[in-house]
Design a protein around this ligand. Sequence first.
Ligand code: MOS
Length: 694
Amino acid sequence: MASHANALGAPIERREGRAKVTGEALYATEYTPPGCLYAWPVTATVARGRIASLDIADALALPDVVDVLTPESAPRLGTSDDATLAVLQDAKVPHHGWPVAVAIAGTIEAARAAAEAVRVTYATEPHESVLGDNTADAYRPEEANGGHPAERRRGEPEEAFAAAPVRVDVRYRVPPLHNHPMEPHGATVNWHDGRLTVYDSSQGSDTVRSVLADLFGLPEEQVTVISEHVGGGFGSKGTPRPHVVLAAMASLHTGRPVKLALSRRQLTELVGHRAPTEHRLRLGSDVDGTLASVIHEVTTHTSRVKEFVEQAAVPARVMYASGSSLTDHKVAALDVPTPSWMRAPGEAPGMYALESAVDELACALGLDPIELRARNEPGREPDSGLPFSSRHLVECLREGARRFGWADRDPRPGIRREGAWLTGTGVASATYPVLVSPSRATVTAHPDGLHVVRVNATDIGTGARTVLAQVAADALGVGVESVRTEIGSTGLPQAPLAGGSSGTASWGWAVHDASRALAGQLQCHTGPLPPDGLTASADTKGSADQRSAFARHAFGAHFAQVAVDTDTGEVRVRRLLGVYAVGRVLNARTATSQFIGGMVMGLGMALTERGSVDPASGAFIGSDLAGYHVPAHADVPAIEAHWIEEWDDHLNPMGSKGIGEIGIVGTAAAIGNAVHHATGVRFRELPLTPDRVH
Ligand code: MOS
């Protein structure tokens, strides 16, 4: 067999790129089965209470309107673990934006007009929707997200902090944030001949299938969910969302296909958000910078529908050696939409606070912030005591410093003036855990030389098709152009979601194993292949799991250069540079895109993105793209992403760590630290908008 050893890692263009930019690639609400109807949700305009009256007569009188489903007429749902999906089941309103009805019509315009003509009155109750006034009500949950204990204590952190000669005791705040994928959430559902065919914008269609089967009392075999192309998710499409339940209700009720696409405003209240976090950081060190105590305490919010605890103090359990530490989470259940996953949940806000505080300690010590981090590099994971499978954080910091020109930096803050502008530079570390889940896959060798990979992976914009073809080509020892990848349907072998930066490791492991099995079969095979080809399958249940004798994490270093307008308070980022240690990089081009995408999202978190809950109504206000500024081209400066060679045998057969999330993790802290270096002022609440920086 010819050697094609360079398939893995090569900067191959993503295969569906042309289909996407020419409009050939179909997204969930671009399918229009014959006879398709359109649905538009009616959402609650109060933060807490009950529906007192719901009058659909005016709506039904409008042209082209088919029906309006209400809590009285909607199908009864079976049980689900996720209470956010129990829509139209009773008259209770748990938060602003909760669905209270869904209008169904022949066109999207008619459906929207009908939704607006539904008259709803509410019996309201007093509500609390803004974190901060409610901190006293916050309780310590049993666990933070990811199954992490809410509180961990090592040694005597308070005593060690009090005794430390150099101390930093600071508070940081991160507001609610919205995922705002380019493609809003939507679904097209077709109930026909006792089968449910669902096109959903989801990060994991196998879960959508099993949840819909449970909710509607259908055998899974009668449900097919297709998520062939997905225009971003960032976690907000990681679990089934109410839109697909409402669309399925409407299709079952009418017996016709139904399409439902959420508007931007509906999206912010129905698909989760990053919960706001308040951080208190106490770092105590020796005069040489050796940490004696790390204390990171987080307060966040959840809804009254479901407990969701952003695990923002968890990265402090991984990052630095210290004599003692305390990491703790508290959560207040408020009358707000239910928060959910958003890129690097836990790590993004947690590392913003921790890495800002580390910068403050470096300033207090008069020590270079890279040197301070290097002095506290742990030999083992501090809280667990486990050895790291690989950890090259200091190498990332040093390589970044070399590329960025850090050695020439004058550490004094507030002294570099260019007219009205002050300039500065900052650095921060990043970390993200190595996650992996079991997956199945098949690989078929056809007589014409084609190899077909089948796995229900989801491509949320990452290039999954392309990298899985590379994994298969490498394991089969064939050219990558001879491999076709079929993904994005529950008709394919079962696979986990595109989330937790674990997709490529999870699917790729199964694709690798199936490819190696097929290569073995092909070696023993004599004569021509049968017309259907030869197929090998793999199931990594039993091999791909989260348990390891090693602490497994990716690491990175972020550098930022900023200019701050001293008249207006405007912050412009001039340069961002990231260096990552993420095991083996499997496609240099798509990996670069992922890193840069994460850094752009971190730039938005640092400077412009802020979800605001209106205390009077409990609504997210200014949450469409006019009021919630996601970075546009003019905001995005020169961005570079690099990585260092890292070989780690304790990960998966490809030797890769996840890369989808780490790019956002340290970016906001690096920018905030650069703003301090520029101005000499420490701003501790994101985003760094002109009204705050002025
Ligand atoms: Mo990502 S927030 O793990 O989908």
